[in-house]
Design a protein around this ligand. Structure first.
Ligand code: SF4
Length: 384
């Protein structure tokens, strides 16, 4: 028997992860998947640290706080404006980045959106095709429109901000009355959805969805269903009309944020000039994205994932974007059955690594049917 040379030798016995690595995994990701278990788990497979009743109580509190804020904007405008724009709004991006699932479980808009389902009076229609197709575009327009309107109106006009918040929560509620699941607001036209998906691509802390019991398959590539891969499933989708609005948002975000923070406190420009310059930042950011997309040897999906990173760094000192996920650094695991990732054919890029070609991988999205089937696997939650 010949002794293998160092080059012939295999990798040797696998090293046990250190105690620190194990503790980190347990704190941030829950128990490490055992052999055969999917690496990216859906929300029924993720460890649930709090009972549903606790989440429901938290939602009652968050809705009451929201209503108090709206009332405060009319009764005590200066204090409520400060609380909203100087305390709540700056905290949200950090939450979206670190633990987006926590926010999606306690968001007051999601709570009122899901109240008709919980209380049993939702009509639960399937969302019309135009809403499913253009929901993200509507959310994108609302996000940029409302945020830019802060400069001229909302930053200083408490009454207008109060009306905006009141209209928003009523809209979220009506969405839950009419269509099923979260497809009437949280997963379609919520103005914060694009930001949540761009920031929360690889959550540091994965908090399982406590709303949908069971999943009714209302949304393609649902972020609440499989949060660790939903965004990549979106940007690797083979339907270009699905991907393009996501790319557009990623392209516009850094320039818009840079312009907003540069111009919002400007006192020597007229409002018209502020908006003209903000438009230049916005368009400049988009142009730079598409120039990089044409020149860099990376996929559009990778650029879409990485491009908002400088923006996240402005808002969170800990931001490292997709590189926070060790699987981004390791590259695809040849042993990994990617059909587990999104319930579809192998996801060749977008989760574990990136192909040298620029075309999207096949079938990276999990279908509504797959989402519904996951609910019926052994060990998953019972329908309520
Ligand atoms: S697809 Fe399922 S998990 Fe996602 S929002 Fe709809 S019901 Fe909830």
């Amino acid at each position: 028997m010949t002794t293998p040379t160092p080059l012939q030798r295999g990798p040797g016995p696998a090293r046990e992860p250190s105690a620190i690595a194990l503790a980190g995994e347990r704190v941030f990701l829950g128990p490490i998947p055992k052999p055969g278990q999917p690496v990216f788990r859906n929300y029924t497979e993720l460890p649930r640290r709090l009972p549903i009743s606790v989440w429901r109580a938290a939602r009652v509190v968050s809705v009451m706080a929201y209503v108090a804020l709206v009332a405060g904007l009319f009764i005590s405008p200066a204090g409520a404006l400060f609380a909203f724009f100087q305390v709540i709004v700056p905290v949200l991006p950090i939450l979206f980045f670190v633990a987006p699932g926590l926010w999606r479980n306690i968001c007051p808009l999601a709570a009122v959106n899901q109240a008709p389902r919980v209380l049993g009076f939702t009509l639960a229609f399937t969302a019309p095709s135009w809403l499913r197709r253009y929901g993200f575009l509507i959310a994108l327009a609302l996000f940029f429109g409302i945020t830019s309107a802060r400069i001229a109106i909302f930053n200083t006009n408490a009454r207008a901000t109060g009306i905006l918040l009141a209209v928003t929560i009523v809209s979220a509620f009506l969405g839950g009355v009419v269509v099923k699941g979260k497809s009437g607001w949280c997963s379609s036209i919520c103005p914060l959805l694009p930001l949540q998906r761009a920031y929360g691509q690889t959550p540091f802390v994965t908090v399982p969805n406590s709303h949908c019991q069971p999943c009714v398959g209302c949304t393609k590539n649902c972020y609440d269903f499989k949060p660790q891969v939903a965004h990549q499933a979106d940007v690797r989708d083979t339907d270009s009309s699905w991907v393009s609005p996501r790319k557009l948002f990623a392209a516009a975000l850094p320039g818009f944020v840079l312009g907003f923070f540069t111009l919002a406190s400007s006192t020597d420009l007229t409002t018209a000039h502020v908006y003209q310059r903000l438009a230049l930042y916005f368009l400049g950011g988009i142009a730079s994205f598409y120039i990089l997309d044409a020149l860099l040897p990376v996929t559009s999906g990778m650029l879409t994932a990485l491009y908002p990173v400088p923006h996240r760094d402005r808002r969170s000192a800990h931001s490292v974007g997709p590189l926070a996920d060790p699987d981004y650094r390791r590259g695809p695991d040849p042993e990994l059955d990617h059909s587990h990732v999104c319930g579809g054919p192998p996801l060749r890029a977008g989760v574990g690594g990136w192909p040298s070609g620029r075309s999207g991988g096949p079938g990276s999205g999990h279908s509504a049917r797959d989402q519904g089937e996951a609910q019926r696997r052994p060990g998953t939650l019972r329908a309520r």
